[in-house]
Design a protein around this ligand. Structure first.
Ligand SMILES: Nc1nc2c(c(=O)[nH]1)N[C@@H](CN(C=O)c1ccc(C(=O)N[C@@H](CCC(=O)O)C(=O)O)cc1)CN2
Length: 330
């Protein structure tokens, strides 16, 4: 539900669009097919479109015609039509000339098809024109997930704007994390919580302008009131292979259970703890030679990779709600 609100919100924002016909050479490419005019070869930029509607004949044709009619060239096209379930999902990657297909017109063209098919989701993004997703990161005491996300963000692998970091634990200003945040102008908000006061209203105020939230080992259970008040997607990383070992200390639960596979799970946050739609999972073998310390270390390594992959997929419009508690991840 929340993710659909998020997708719809992005779609609304995209529709109000960015009509700047910027030609950004940094992420542009030259189409090496037959050029329409040998004197001027257009600078083409990438776009992504995801679509989810009731299944019907001709949707792919309609969507591909929409792109081709404006001179766009489809580079990749994923379609999913589950059996016994009359729905259609697609994700297309294309390049186009923003002079020939202005950003606002692109939104209107896809919106017209979405209306024709009564689409549940239709979201288009042009990464080099549209603003990056704004996110806030929430964490508690451990910061290995935060550090990984900051490093991936710094090397450009996470195309987001980190508006702030919020934690219910304070951190000394001379730590690596705090120095990094200060260097990059990312505010750190220490919001101490107690069992009786989770200070959710203050957190809501701090995150009101974000597009989605990331819980990077945030050890407080968010209330349904908070999730409804925020109204957009919240992504969590659980250092266990859900649905096994929900709740606290999953690595110890797994160790005590004598498992031979441990894992990490990134999922959407719902009111019920560790029960939201799964986005990404990663696993690693363990054996009798492992101890609790190596379980925890391996879990943390998986956790970091799983979370950043999930966030990247989400930003690339690869993740769509499917049924009541699943996802399609293209
Ligand atoms: N509404 C939701 N909130 C949160 C979710 C979620 O799925 N739905 N995920 C958690 C993260 N998490 C596991 O990944 C988790 C966090 C906290 C606990 C827990 O038992 N917390 C204790 C307090 C522990 C402490 O203060 O150190 C509690 O709240 O009583 C279990 C699992 C984030 N929030």
């Amino acid at each position: 539900m929340m993710m659909m609100m998020m997708m719809r919100r992005i779609s609304e924002r995209a529709a109000t669009g960015f009509s700047k016909n910027l030609i950004l050479r940094s992420s542009a490419s030259r189409f090496h097919g037959e050029s329409l005019d040998s004197s001027v070869s257009p600078v083409l930029i990438p776009g992504v479109h995801v679509f989810h509607c009731q299944d019907a004949v001709g949707i792919v044709a309609k969507l591909s015609d929409c792109i081709a009619a404006k001179g766009g060239n489809i580079l990749g096209y994923d379609v999913f039509v589950p059996e016994n379930n009359n729905v259609f999902y697609s994700r297309s990657e294309f390049i186009f000339d923003p002079v020939k297909w202005p950003r606002q017109q692109m939104s209107e063209d896809f919106q017209a098809i979405a209306q024709r098919y009564g689409a549940m989701n239709s979201v288009v993004r042009v990464p080099s024109i549209d603003p990056k997703y704004k996110i806030a990161l929430l964490l508690s005491k451990q910061d290995h997930c935060l550090v990984e996300m900051l490093h991936r963000w710094q090397d450009g692998k996470l195309p987001v704007d980190i508006t702030c970091v919020i934690s219910n634990h304070g951190r000394a200003s001379n730590t690596h994390v705090m120095r990094f945040l200060e260097r990059h102008g990312i505010p750190y908000h220490y919001v101490a919580t107690t069992k009786d006061n989770k200070r959710e209203d203050e957190i809501l105020e701090l995150v009101k302008d974000t597009d989605f939230l990331v819980l990077a080992r945030y050890m407080q259970i968010l209330s349904g009131k908070f999730l409804k008040g925020y109204g957009k997607d919240v992504i969590n990383i659980h250092h266990g292979l859900l649905p096994s070992f929900k709740g606290g200390y999953p690595a110890k639960q797994a160790f005590d259970a004598g498992v031979k596979l441990i894992g990490a799970t990134s999922h959407f946050v719902t009111e019920e703890l560790d029960a939201g739609p799964i986005i990404e999972q990663m696993v690693e073998s363990v054996s009798h030679r492992d101890n609790l310390r190596s379980f925890v270390q391996k879990s943390e390594d998986l956790e970091k990779k799983c979370l950043t992959k999930a966030i990247k997929s989400y930003c690339e419009l690869r993740v769509l709600p499917y049924g009541t508690n699943k996802t399609v991840v293209f």
